[in-house]
Design a protein around this ligand. Structure first.
Ligand code: NAD
Ligand code: WQD
Length: 349
């Protein structure tokens, strides 16, 4: 089956493209490279070539911004004319920094919302009506619930989260307008970390990372001096914030399971939390990283970060019951794989 992957050169996109290709999908990836590097998908090809069974597999890659209607239309038209139209889209493309979205909301609405509207218009035109969308646990905002299930109220507290919530709403409206045509999965990711076990692909943030895991790996490699832990007075077992970290390869597998689920079942729209259901504190994460990799991570505490939640943990029971999927990799594996990637690529790609 031919799948279009938008944002395919990014962190989660590269890992998902690799898995799709290993599983025999015909993959076309597009990216504007605003937050990625052209080398990332070349590395995916290198990984495939190093394996006897996948050495002849290929991927088509195009430099396309999803806001560029003309280029998107040409892409879909070419696919149709070649007799291999797109049957489904995995839609990663978008901007993802909470902090940047606060200082530049217009950019976030433009890239995420307008970009997705363009994509959906073209999908509609070419009768490609199956989409797996990258949503985020950030849409739950500062919920009082510690374990978040899909049916709690959505109340995002920053422009990035608002764009994800608005796109989910738009997808619901589109589904309602043609319920017998669309198949839609909104995947709400929790905190993806780690990297492919080859150490060839991983997360390569531009500038100083704002997420904890790339910050830890950059401290480990000496790119950064020390970690600042935001708050030691949270009402948690050790005073630091708790999150649900999930290995990026488990997340990638979740996308393939979601795609299979949509194709196999009746037309529907479904929201699914992709997390492990397990909470880990910042201090526990640092400790596991140190012990798994035998590296000390110097840290200091600071005030709590504005807008942070105390605990964010997925109720992943719906994903476990619907999808032929479960997250399998441990936190130790996330730390080992993430560090392998960082130590082999201290400056990213
Ligand atoms: P990423 O930035 O590494 O990947 C996104 C990719 O999309 C990048 O390669 C970027 O260049 C591309 N892109 C951005 N705007 C584009 C546009 N207008 N046209 C074409 N390409 C564009 O991020 P990621 O961590 O791989 O995240 C993928 C998706 O998952 C994003 O939509 C993000 O919001 C969402 N998400 C990420 C996380 C996380 O913690 N990483 C958590 C929840 C949701
Ligand atoms: C994790 C924990 C921090 C950095 C964000 C987005 C969310 C999603 C995933 C896209 C918290 C603490 C962090 C640091 C620290 N992305 N921390 N020192 O905030 O859970 O989620 O990324 O959709 O939308 O909001 O992830 O990695 O920033 O923080 O102590 O230098 O680490 O306080 O407890 P977060 P994070």
């Amino acid at each position: 089956m031919r799948v279009l992957v938008t944002g395919g050169a990014g962190f989660i996109g590269t890992h998902t493209c690799l898995l799709l290709l290993e599983k025999g999908y015909d993959v076309v990836a597009i990216d504007s490279y605003i937050n990625s590097n052209k080398k990332s998908l070349q590395r995916v090809i290198e990984i495939l070539k190093s394996n006897k069974t996948t050495k002849d597999v290929s991927i088509k890659i195009f430099n396309i911004d999803i806001r560029d209607k003309k280029k998107l239309d040409e892409l879909f038209l070419d696919a149709q004319n070649s007799g291999q139209p797109f049957k489904s889209v995995i839609h990663f493309a978008g901007l993802k920094s909470v902090k940047d979205s606060l200082s530049n909301p217009l950019l976030y609405w433009d890239a995420n919302v307008k970009g997705t509207i363009n994509l959906l218009n073209i999908m509609n035109k070419y009768k490609c009506k199956t989409i797996v969308f990258s949503s985020s646990a950030t849409i739950y905002g500062l919920s009082d619930d510690e374990i978040l299930s899909e049916n709690i109220e959505i109340k995002p507290i920053n422009p990035y989260g608002v764009t994800k919530a608005v796109i989910e709403k738009l997808l619901n409206d589109i589904f309602d307008s043609e319920p017998s045509c669309w198949r839609i999965a909104n995947l709400r990711y929790f905190n993806p970390i780690g990297a492919h076990s080859s150490g060839m692909i991983g997360e390569a943030p531009i500038g100083v990372p704002s997420n904890i895991f790339p910050y830890i790996t950059q401290v480990a490699s000496g790119v950064l001096d020390k970690l600042t832990i935001y708050g030691n007075d949270w009402p948690t077992r050790d005073g630091s914030g708790i999150r649900d970290y999930i290995h990026v390869m488990d997340l990638a597998e979740g996308h393939i399971s979601a795609l299979k689920y949509l194709v196999k079942n009746n037309h529907q729209i479904i929201n699914l939390n992709l997390g492990t259901g397990l909470g880990t504190s910042v201090l526990e994460l640092v400790d596991i990283f140190e012990r798994a990799n035998k590296i000390k991570i110097p840290f200091e505490f600071s005030e709590r970060r504005k807008g942070d939640s105390c605990k964010v943990i997925a109720d992943n029971s719906l994903a476990l019951s619907c999808l032929d999927w479960e997250p399998k990799r441990t936190l130790k594996e996330m730390c080992i794989d993430g560090w392998r990637w960082q130590s082999l690529n201290p400056n990213g790609y």
